[in-house]
Design a protein. Structure first.
Length: 129
C-alpha cells in the first residue's frame, strides 16, 4: 500500500464498504470533483484493498471503534490524508481515524473501467491547477 492513494482521495467520502477480512475489501468513494473529470458515466471511484487484514474506524466523538462495514459506511468518513503523508495504515478523516492494513490496492470507476493511481493523480493535479 502507498499513502498516495489516500492523499489523492482527499475530500472523498467513503459511502460504501464490502468484502471480507482477511481478503479484498472495496470502498465506494464519492469524490465528485475528481470523478467528474473522467468521461465515463457514473459518480464514484472504487478503491479495492487486496490482502486486507485490518479495517476499523474510530470516530472522534465516540468511544466505540467501528469494524462492521455497514457502520463504517454509515459514518461516511471523509478522507483527509494518510498520517504524516507516509503511513498508509493510518488515515486521518474529518471525523475520526481509519486504520487499515492491506498488501495492495486497485482502482476503478463505477462504470467498471479500471484506472491506475497515475491516472487518478494526473486528474487530481489537473483539477488543482
Amino acid at each position: 500500500m502507498k499513502a498516495d492513494i489516500w492523499n489523492v482521495l482527499h475530500d472523498g467520502s467513503i459511502i460504501g464498504v464490502s468484502g471480507t477480512i482477511p481478503g479484498d475489501v472495496e470502498f465506494v468513494v464519492w469524490i465528485d470533483y475528481l470523478r467528474n473529470r473522467f468521461p465515463d458515466p457514473g459518480d464514484r471511484i472504487l478503491l479495492t484493498l487486496h490482502g486486507c487484514s485490518t479495517l476499523s474506524y474510530q470516530p472522534y466523538e465516540e468511544d466505540a471503534t467501528l469494524t462492521d462495514f455497514d457502520d463504517i459506511a454509515k459514518a461516511e468518513p471523509e478522507i483527509l490524508r494518510a498520517k504524516d503523508w507516509s503511513d498508509a495504515s493510518v488515515v486521518e478523516c474529518v471525523g475520526g481515524t481509519l486504520r487499515v492494513m492491506a498488501s495492495d490496492f486497485s482502482l476503478s470507476l463505477d462504470s467498471g473501467r479500471a484506472i491506475t493511481l497515475d491516472e487518478l493523480c494526473a486528474v487530481s493535479e489537473a483539477y488543482w491547477t
